[in-house]
Design a protein around this ligand. Structure first.
Ligand SMILES: O=C(O)CCC(=O)c1ccccc1C(=O)O
Ligand SMILES: [Mg+2]
Length: 302
């Protein structure tokens, strides 16, 4: 039975520009870098990057769990991490020493997150010049009356071939979602609208996906593997945004995506290079190859 020596180190890094979403303003990314060394001295690193406001465990829960594991762990310890600790499942499984490849996606395969509000209008051009072709813009932060005209201005300014994703982070109500979707069905630049309604409104989102042509993607609704399976069982067959770092065990995620052939778009939780590398390797295997992945890095973050 393979045994490992476990060490871990919490980290925190401030974003150069806070992330503004309907959930609020996020200024600091905190996480844990974990290292496993096997009996032959092979080392592996992983990252536990909790996102509690998205449905994962808290950083404190994750630190307590790592402490509780002690320094010597067995493979079975890694296979029995409880499902309410999905970021720990991801980080510790990824730390098992292995020969990991370096994923390399072309720039056009990344989606770039634009600043919320009108700052998006200044930001997209330099990302376009770097090769970005898909851009994501957060909505549900300001009023419809402010955001819809701004979206129309952004859509008009983007060149042919550019794609826009709108992400409401569950911040719209049904009437506002219908207003957005009526307008989007006329605009050919919108690839999908992400989590228009809160996770509690799955039935309404299933109904919206039948009433409008603009595709809808679930994100907060499918944050963990348990939620992902639940929404699939309840009939969701639209786009699934997968944040591997908080979804849970990569092995279980791989099995689900391969078994059901879902339309998956892999997405970042602004993890460090260690978590990013593992997430991108999974995206290379499991993310829909016809859609950009939500890992476009721009100057906002370190
Ligand atoms: O998916 C992307 O394009 C970027 C990642 C992103 O938007 C995000 C990053 C951290 C927390 C929540 C979200 C989100 O998709 O709602
Ligand atoms: Mg989202």
């Amino acid at each position: 039975m393979t045994a490992y020596n476990l060490t871990f180190q919490p980290y925190r890094r401030r974003f150069r520009q806070p992330l503004q979403t309907h959930h609020g303003i996020w200024e600091v990314r905190e996480g844990i870098i974990v290292k496993l060394v096997d009996e032959l001295g092979n080392a592996g690193w992983g990252e536990i990057a909790p996102l509690p406001w998205f449905g994962s465990e808290t950083l404190e829960d994750a630190i307590a769990f790592c402490r509780g594991l002690g320094e010597k762990i067995e493979v079975n310890d890694l296979k029995s991490i409880p499902s309410h600790l999905p970021a720990c499942q991801f980080g510790l499984e990824c730390a098992i020493p292995s020969v990991a490849s370096n994923p390399n996606f072309p720039k056009a395969r990344y989606s770039y997150l634009l600043p919320a509000g009108e700052n998006a209008l200044e930001r997209w051009e330099s990302l376009w010049q770097q090769g970005g072709r898909t851009f994501k813009w957060k909505i549900g932060i300001h009023s419809l009356q402010q955001e819809i005209p701004l979206f129309e201005k952004l859509a008009r300014s983007l060149p042919e071939g550019a794609k826009i994703r709108l992400d409401a982070n569950g911040g719209l109500n049904l009437e506002a979602a219908k207003t957005w979707l009526q307008g989007l069905d006329l605009s050919k630049k919108v690839e999908f609208i992400e989590q228009p309604l809160p996770p509690s409104e799955l039935d309404a989102m299933v109904q919206l996906s039948g009433d409008f042509t603009t595709p809808i993607a679930l994100d907060e609704s499918v944050a963990t593997l348990q939620q992902l399976e639940g929404c699939y069982e309840k009939g969701w067959r639209g786009i699934f945004i997968i944040k591997p770092a908080i979804a849970g065990s990569p092995q279980q995620l791989r099995q689900f995506c391969q078994q059901y052939g879902i339309d998956a778009v892999f997405s970042s939780v602004f993890e460090t290079e260690i978590g990013r590398r593992a997430a991108l390797n999974l995206a290379a295997e499991l993310s829909n190859p016809n859609r950009a992945i939500g890992f476009g890095v721009n100057h906002w973050f370190d």
